[in-house]
Design a protein around this ligand. Sequence first.
Ligand SMILES: [Fe+2]
Length: 232
Amino acid sequence: MKIGIFTDSHYSSRKPITLGRDRSRSLQKIKDAYKVFEKENCDLAICLGDLTDEDDSYEKEVENLLKISVVMKNTSVPTMCVMGNHDAFVFTVDDFYKLLGEEFRPENKTFGDVNLVFIDACYFKSGEHYKPGDEDWRDTFYPHTQELKEHLSSLEGKTYVFMHQNIDPGCDKSHRLANDEEIRNILENCGSVKTVYQGHYHCGHEDVVNSIRYMTQIAMCSNENAYLIEEL
Ligand SMILES: [Fe+2]
């Protein structure tokens, strides 16, 4: 299957906070990415999180998410959208998908011999999920390790993992889960994981660790044409 991937659009009407984070142009960049995904006949688009960023009011933040929703609903390519820390610091999980569209809530799925597994690491080490108003993005953790182990052991074929935050040891430690090593071990032990796709670390990174490829996609807000098409 062919998938189109993008991440860290950080869409907001606010001016760039740094030279590398031009958030207001991201709506157009998302539209442009979908045009390419359609032309390339992608079976699925996956957003790896931080779709939106903080704006001047909650109303404005809702409006931004709804504008992206219109783009996603008007394309022929189905989408699954993982939440990033910036999304979770503004919206509750339920509000995020209610506004964006329930059809974009990621779900572990198998297509032929390809398994897609989604990990939500918007949790603090305490095991509590991020909520609106929180801001400590460096405290990131995935608590549901037993469920992950059980799910992976039930799969046959090739498995691809999608998450916002990082478990690639080549990414800066501040962007990695507190239990990144534990998650890598779980993925390695199940034997079927081919690639882990991640966002969050805006400059991107790619390497192979113990036979698993870690692909960190560069941020859409700081780069032109920052999307990726992969054949799984
Ligand atoms: Fe992030």
